[in-house]
Ligand binder design. Sequence first.
Ligand SMILES: *Cc1c(COP(=O)(O)O)cnc(C)c1O
Length: 399
Amino acid sequence: MTFEFNEDDPLHIETLAIRTGQLRTEHGSHSEPIFTTSSFVFDSAAQAAARFGGKEPGFIYSRFSNPTVSAFEQKLAAMEGAERCVATASGMAAILSTVMALLQSGDEVVCSRGVFGTTNVLFEKYLKKFGVVTRFVALTDLEQWKAAITPKTKLLFLETPSNPLSEIADLRALSALAKASNALLVVDNCFCTPALQRPLEWGADIVIHSATKFLDGQGRCIGGAVCSSNALMEEVYGFLRSAGPTLSPFNAWVFLKGLETLSLRMQAHSANALRLADWLEQHPAVEKVFYAGLPSHPQHLLAREQQDAFGGVVSFRVKGGREEAWRVIDNTKLLSITANLGDTKSTITHPATTTHGRLSDADKASAGITENLIRVAVGLEHINDLKRDLARGLNLISA
Ligand SMILES: *Cc1c(COP(=O)(O)O)cnc(C)c1O
């Protein structure tokens, strides 16, 4: 069941998250059911032929599509303001499906430096094998983007805010550049989610998600999604259907439920993160805090314009080096030492030796991944408990 859009008075994102893509069985179940079936039955040979031939809409086989997965896709598409969403088995499968569907040998990609580590590996190691060249540029330096684009450039790829330093891309300027260059702007919207930022409204062509993070929100399942126009999604769907990195109905159901509370959770993550960032900025053991919600952040105004809030990820440098950073991490009792993010549970990581450990020293230096950097993905615990947990290690350094 999908709600009709009234262009003049569209439903708000909180409502779309709850009311789009509703799915009921003949029993009238109010919560969406999970369709654990690999295939679907036809009434007749003629119907089977019509379904396979694309002449009649409907389900055929769960590698192609499944009602629970479709419900998730409809919700997310509505929230991103996209014509269509295709769900995938992981965030990486979303990126892979997009590039496999849209690129061919000889094409080029321009990608912001400091994207998710595995995205880097996918472009640099695997796409390269198929003759696709990727050039890496500084996210916030428009001149570098311009200089890296050639007539062969087909995709511009970025994350905003960036991980872990919370840099903000100017989506309006970059989408104008993409259009002028006949390239597509692809935005990985994992950190903000559509609850805080809708890149298509700023002119991006494709939005990528790792549903594993905030869309799930409680660290349970791996999944991903691509959102875009019908024409582009038909290509991505074609690859997915042939190659098979499809989302499972159970995971789709978890994400479907996650989306219903996404706006509330993102506001709460953001409020906690802003309080934590403010407090860290005052702490004598902290050298610098990276969070776009702070007025001291160089792109605070751009973030205010593009985003409805600043998200749940805060990074900071402690005074000292690896030893001091590890001391703060090892003195936490509440925060989980894990690289995942987007969970109700706050997590803490040392990027230089974990998520960004594969980078060369030179690449770490240019990406600002110093040994004294710590990343906290702020969850939904009480802010005072989070401060107290971090204060234990920080106070040892400033003592
Ligand atoms: C986690 C993550 C991915 C990859 O998603 P998986 O679901 O782990 O495959 C891609 N981009 C960003 C920004 C991420 O944080």
